[in-house]
Design a protein around this ligand. Sequence first.
Ligand SMILES: [Zn+2]
Ligand SMILES: [Zn+2]
Length: 163
Amino acid sequence: MLIDLKRLFASEGEVVDIDYTLAAAQSDLTGTVPDPVEIHLKGVAQNRAQIVEIRFGAHFTVNSVCDRCLEPLTRVFDYQFTHVLTQEVIDGFEEDIIVDGDKLNLDRLALTDIQLEFPLKLLCCEDCKGLCPQCGANLNRESCNCDKDPIDPRLEALKELLQ
Ligand SMILES: [Zn+2]
Ligand SMILES: [Zn+2]
């Protein structure tokens, strides 16, 4: 969605409703899964005393896999974002976006906002035990008999010296 800033900045009290679905690629968020994801954006852009404030919620569902055990997972996300748009720097506002040009690309703004908030790792549960690096067993469901003692490189070096 492109927001017409010219009109918004021109008249105090001007309101633009935001209510649409942004079709994005999930790889924009997780970096791996190519599935499409539908991001529903709902909010408002409003001119208040010559300052345009844009507030919107982003609601979407991600179908992916756990980063540790690779089990499928579905997660619902709900984010709220607020930005103050100005045409010049104004003292006392921290979250300014200085706009030049007549249009604001809300798709891009929303995607960037979401990317900054999106978790680096998606886990099926906080204490997911993951997969055994040696036999691939899902350690949430089963235990295996692999030797999990990490090899201490110093001891290995010592062993070699003693041979
Ligand atoms: Zn997991
Ligand atoms: Zn194992």
